[in-house]
Write a protein that binds this ligand. Structure first.
Ligand code: NAP
Length: 338
């Protein structure tokens, strides 16, 4: 390893109140530390930007610690091992790990996972074969299991989790799959590219009205990535015994005060609804099974994914801010190599 190696990293420059902006990030060049025994040096080639990172910009306790001011951000990344003092991960391997937002990562080999890129591109492990896909799987097989002929509603349906969830619902036997996304182009894409039966544009009219029209007999399963008016609409449209997977609430991530709960939550008791949270880290034991199943579906064309790719580490804040604002279709990724 070159002792004088330097790399760039993106640090948290300030904590946003409400919507974050470019002023909250700074790009810094720094020396790459030498490898200790058991460590690897990874040249990152792809990194992920995800909605949960918005929560980590706040100084509030959550299931992951807050990002530290003036320290490099973290997140999922893929890279090539260019030096190794590990007996398990050799130079030349492709790995996934959690030290994104930087050109080079030095980490214990035990914190990296070897990935098989023989039949899928490496960045698939940041999307459908990563936590994104596993979240959709956990939502529809554990939190809100799909049964044959169910009517399933998915919000954030043109995004990373939602686009996989809609297709997975169909593969699991759903009868009708309804998705919602922002804007007419995304709504159209839901039916034309991601196999939904109905694509709703939540910006065009209140989502509750649109959902009632699309599912006059009601819905059996809802994958909630948005919260707010979408969760209220789904509770209102739910049939007796419906299951709701609470996956995320992106509509409230930039809120500056308390967010009201759904005003119709009381319907859950007489409809005997199940509302169950999903935290993907609780399902990591299912990764091998999910990767095998999803890889097969990717190969035979039953699962279709899209990526929105932004080029260059310096553009990572723009990718993150854009993703929060709906600039992505499918998974938002940052490509770090040429
Ligand atoms: P994503 O859907 O690919 O990207 C975020 C999307 O949020 C944007 O593309 C935008 O789509 C939508 N959005 C932004 N503001 C909105 C609003 N006010 N109302 C409705 N939609 C809005 O992101 P993702 O990675 O797949 O994550 C989706 C959700 O799943 C997030 O809530 C995330 O926190 C959650 N998640 C949870 C877990 C877990 O373990 N529980 C794991 C992964 C992800 P439009 O253009 O359609 O508005």
């Amino acid at each position: 390893m070159d002792k004088n190696l330097t790399g760039r990293e993106i640090r948290l420059a300030g904590r946003p109140v409400g919507t974050p902006g470019h002023q909250h990030f700074t790009l810094v060049s720094t020396a790459v530390p030498p490898l200790a025994e058991g460590q690897i040096l990874v040249r990152n080639t792809w990194m992920s930007v995800d909605p949960y990172m918005r929560g980590r910009m706040d100084d509030k306790p959550s299931y992951l610690p807050p990002f530290q001011l003036d320290a490099a951000l973290e997140g999922s990344a893929i890279g090539e091992v260019i030096a190794s003092k590990s007996t398990t991960i050799p130079t030349g391997a492709t790995v996934s790990h959690f030290l994104g937002w930087r050109d080079y990562a030095v980490l214990d080999a035990t914190s990296a996972t070897l990935v098989d890129t023989s039949s899928v591109p490496p960045q698939a492990y940041l999307g459908v074969l990563g936590t994104t896909g596993l979240t959709a799987c956990a939502a529809l097989t554990e939190a809100a299991p799909v049964r044959p002929s169910d009517t399933v509603f998915v919000s954030g349906a043109a995004g990373a989790v939602g686009s996989v969830a809609g297709q997975l619902a169909r593969l699991l036997g759903a009868g009708t799959v309804i998705g919602s996304a922002g804007g007419p182009d995304k709504a159209k894409k839901l039916t034309e590219s991601f196999g939904f039966d109905v694509g709703l544009d939540y910006q065009a009219a209140p989502i509750a009205e649109q959902l009632t029209r699309a599912a006059p007999e009601g819905i059996d399963v809802y994958v909630d990535t948005v919260g707010g008016d979408h969760l209220t609409a789904a509770i209102g449209a739910a049939r007796s015994g419906a299951r709701i997977a609470l996956v995320g609430a992106v509509s409230s991530y930039n809120a500056t005060g308390p967010v009201p709960g759904p005003e119709n939550l009381y319907e859950a008791y007489w409809k005997e609804l199940t509302l169950r949270g999903v935290l993907v880290t609780s399902y990591f034991h299912r990764f091998p099974e999910w990767i095998e199943r999803a890889s097969g579906w990717l190969r035979d064309g039953s699962l279709r994914t899209e990526e929105t790719v932004v080029q260059g580490l310096e553009q990572a804040p723009a990718a993150f801010l854009g993703m929060l604002n709906g600039a992505n279709t499918g998974k938002m990724l940052v490509r770090l190599d040429d």
